[in-house]
Design a protein around this ligand. Structure first.
Ligand code: GGG
Length: 355
């Protein structure tokens, strides 16, 4: 620990619901070990915002929740949702989506690759896909409404919103990522069926492509690329997709990397002075919540992405290295991987390797 305030990163923890509390606690154990080893401090403040808060206060987070988060360098979130008590549409639109939208965290970065020793369901083992999901508009804009509720004439309308600013910036982000990796960008739409928004997306892709002559662009329909994730995952490098398509595709990405317990994510607004948010792709898994058996690796990996984002690349690399050693150790597998280790045992195993 140091007195130098520049060596301190202020982290807001939002464990949320279900297994969110368990995996965030596990990730903090690992992040603390990394910070001790690499000589910086993580000053964490935990916020109990969740479906419990909704049931007691009528809100998922306080009215000034977003203002409170502004004071932090980054946010580590666990999971949101307790569908038995609070409708998912209420919990998601009351916590996770407002944070992404308020800080304009437009790029949701989701890497999909197999960690050492993890046996995914595919024959292909050496794929390395980086999904970039548009995170602030599209199908999750929340625009719409219902009329004649409960009557036979009921109508529900949910409008997807695609703006030139929004589409252009996420595609540019995808092009930049592709340029820094293997130079291939897959742009995902359903422009044969959705003739307004998705044709627009395709047009913006084509308009930007000449600015990135070093990037090979391919356009895929969502159904075709879903099949490609399974049949030819090695052919994919950076994949950029709308909010809904990216959400669905990255659960498939998680599946091919061994399960949702392995899929991390970062929500960022490059260049803006706002806290970025890091979270596992998985949800709150109420079926196993409270049993201490959730796989913490997705959240630990998300924590490593957070450290990388905060300029602690060495610490992030050390966590990933430790993750790879733990995933090759059969005695440190949680039940989703056929093992019997607890969440805390896996976290302790990773943290011990960082001593
Ligand atoms: N780990 C965050 C979480 O709870 N995700 C569940 C979920 O349904 N998220 C929707 C989304 O990412 O838009």
């Amino acid at each position: 620990m140091t007195d130098n305030p520049l060596n301190v990163h202020k982290i807001a923890l939002i464990p949320g619901d279900g297994i969110g509390t368990e995996v965030v606690e596990a990730a903090v154990m690992v992040l603390d070990a990394a910070s001790r080893r690499f000589g910086f401090e993580l000053e964490t403040t935990s916020f109990p915002w969740s479906c419990e808060t909704y049931l007691s206060d009528g809100r998922m987070m306080p009215e000034d929740g977003i203002d409170t988060l502004k004071a932090f360098d980054a946010i580590l979130l666990g999971a949101v949702g307790w569908p038995q008590r609070v409708p998912d549409s209420v919990s998601l639109h009351g916590l996770l989506l407002p944070i992404r939208k308020s800080f304009d965290l437009y790029a949701n970065i989701r890497p999909h690759r197999l960690l050492p020793g993890v046996v995914g369901p595919l024959r292909a083992k050496a794929f390395d896909i980086l999904c970039i999901r548009e995170n602030t508009e599209g199908e999750y804009s929340g625009a719409g409404g219902r009329i004649h509720i409960g009557t036979p004439d009921e109508v529900a309308v949910e409008t997807s919103v695609f703006t030139r600013r929004g589409v252009e910036r996420i595609l540019r982000f995808g092009f930049e990522q592709a340029r820094a990796r293997r130079g291939k960008l897959a742009s995902v739409t359903k422009s044969n069926a959705q003739k307004h928004s998705m044709v627009f997306w395709d047009e913006v892709t084509e308009a930007l492509a000449p600015e990135y002559p070093d990037v090979e662009v391919s356009r895929y329909h969502i159904d075709a690329i879903a099949a490609r994730f399974v049949m030819q995952p090695k052919s994919l490098d950076v994949v950029v997709a709308s909010n809904l398509f990216g959400d669905i595709l990255t659960d498939l990405g998680a599946a091919i990397q061994g399960g949702l317990g392995f899929a991390p994510s970062a929500n960022v607004n490059p260049g803006a002075d706002v806290p970025s948010m890091f979270e596992p792709v998985h949800g709150s898994a109420p079926d196993i919540a409270g049993r201490g058996i959730a796989n913490p690796i997705a959240t630990v990996w998300s924590g490593a992405m957070m450290l990388e984002h905060l300029g602690r690349g060495e610490a992030a690399a050390a966590i990933l290295e430790a993750l790879g050693r733990v995933t090759t150790n059969p005695s440190l597998r949680t039940p989703d991987q056929g093992g019997s280790a607890t969440t805390a045992q896996v976290a302790r195993g990773i943290a011990d390797l960082l001593q």
